[in-house]
Design a protein around this ligand. Sequence first.
Ligand code: DX5
Length: 231
Amino acid sequence: MSDHPGSDRPIEIAPSVLPADFSRLGEEVAALEAAGVDRIQWDVMDGRFVPNLTFGPDVIAACRPHASVLFEAHLMVEAPDELAPRYVEAGCELLIVHAEACRHLHRTLGGIGELGARAGVALNPSTPLSAVEHVLDLVDLVLVMTVNPGFGGQAYIATMEPKVAALRHLVLEGGHDVDIEVDGGIGPSTIQGAAAAGANVLVAGSALYRDAEGLAHAVSELRDLAEATRS
Ligand code: DX5
């Protein structure tokens, strides 16, 4: 494992579906796959953990046949244990729960494994890494939020980069097989800071959909910028 400050894990570009046209989500999901994304993130919001309401499991299940890339559900919900089985049934191979929503995080993550899915844990900007340092052996991914969760189109919080770098150090030191994901405000002017700090899975929403040259151009531009931090 190299000691390059950035990550040596493959760069992955993961779209947030929030800016998509909800009236034709199946087609939108297929278009994202055709544009070359590596996985698709569903921002699941329950109107309690965050002040917004989005995708129920039936919506995701309806879109599952339209793409073969990995579906991850970012569960911004108060009670992930109750909802987890429904999102696995809907076709999500990876469930990401918020450490702030779990009284028994170790049990919740173990439970996701028992459902046959991969587990991830997310941290709000104000939450320290210490909240997850004792569960890194249970997860495939740690998500460092680079905005306060609940909405797309917010400004990137660059002061999260030292947290990403410290997490990378924790992961390397422990020999953990863990992807580091960032989410919120990721675009052409911010992705290199996050990738150089150690993130290898980069979630982008508005930056993909506002590219005048289309989704495929947006995805490859973000990938090239992130990979350029490696050389
Ligand atoms: C916010 C979500 C993000 C958001 C990203 O709570 O978790 O996935 O949709 O959108 P942008 O890239 O527009 O910040």
